[in-house]
Ligand binder design. Sequence first.
Ligand code: AHR
Length: 510
Amino acid sequence: MKSLINVNKNDKNEVISRHIYGHFAEHLGRCIYEGVWVGEDSPIPNTRGIRNDVVEALKKLNIPNVRWPGGCFADEYHWKDGIGPRESRPSIVNNNWGKVTENNHFGTHEFLDFCEQLGTEPYICGNVGSGTVQEMQEWVEYITFDGQSPMADLRRKNGREKPWKLKYFGIGNENWGCGGRMRVEYYADLYRRYQTFVRDYSDTPIYKIACGPSEADYHWTEVMMREGVGRTEPYQDNVMTNAWEHYRPEMHGLSLHFYTRNRANYESATEFTEENWFDYMRRTLVMEELIQRHTAIMDKYDPEKNVDLIIDEWGSWFKVEPGTNPGFLYQQNSLRDALIAGINLNIFNNHCDRVHMANIAQLVNVLQSVVLTEGEKMLLTPTYHVFEMYKVHQDAKLLPVSVSTRNYSYGEESLPMLNVSASQDDSGKVHISICNLNPNNSEQVTVNLEGLSELSSATGRLLTAEAMTEHNTFENPNRIEPVTFNELELKENELSLTIPSKSVLVIEIQ
Ligand code: AHR
């Protein structure tokens, strides 16, 4: 039996937002310091303190946005510590991540310079947990106000004449956890208050992102949608008005965090068995159910889909590499991570009617990174290659797929063997990304493209390896990278292929 993939026309014209391919860089372990920032005096080649090799590698991913400064760090971050002459900036303790000294050398100017070097949009997360409303208001004024004001003048004094463009702003992070251990009923009120003072100073209105649920906390979504968005029906022109109803807060996005991990037993990123492989495939697919169920609640309060789901932390979470600081969350990245990335991105693509942005955790040297560094050395992980292969989906029109596939079984349990998404770009090229979750068997596939205009040629790029634990090392950085895949037969809009076991394949058809 073969697997069958039907690629359908999209009558609703849904577009896969490029922001689904976003990233996250926190002041955590060696992500910012060493991974991004080495300082101007470093022997490692840099531009104004930011590593050239990392910027060059990341530019090839067309990164649409980077979330910063956290994470848990965000709700203890006081942005004024990170501006002005570096030698006068205070050193603080990074309480969440190893209690190491944070010298604040990488602050607002350095982050926005990094974004400009990458050609990416900043997504800044403000401090609700331990910061004031005034502090949050002033940060936005400092970054975006062009006129004369205390904050804009301070920015100019610190060397930046013109404001930066800032659209995405988070009102706190994980305020149910490290961001203040709040009940949603309390946070919802704080959200309404803090977001009031996040002002629009430029012609780029701020897109406000509320802290959303952890994993399957559906109550959090329910309350945030009820209190954060308020009523959906139009206001009545009553003589006696209810002020509460008139002052609706703005909530453009609600975040969701979900990591692929086993909290009871964090495992090695590179030494594992098929049992662990299967378990992580299963856990990754939970993302589908979470999006469906949170979306159903959002649909109830917001059937017009005005509020986006922002999955601003996702990815694999394994045991730290032996001998490294447990607070630094440094892990290797294997072929298994490539599958985890490919499946998640397929799921986000397929839900692009509600999912506007997603941010893999994290950019460099932390959790499921695309780049790892060691001194002056740098390597690209299998996850990097998936982002590079999938970038063709950015801002392309979603083509809905229906997949009928065999199961991949292990022990008593089974999972669908293939996971798929497809899109069509402005030039008419169709891209299909297929993950084969089965580490043992290849699979014959027929792709039916009947509803689309005539297509005449197909090529592919494949990421796989001999062993499921394969990964790139600093000694051998190119062990796993994409190769051309030409075993494709296209006849009258029907494509036949055999996808190798444990692989990620992206096909281009035109
Ligand atoms: O990404 C690591 C941490 O995971 C983040 O700081 C926090 O938001 C989440 O719990």
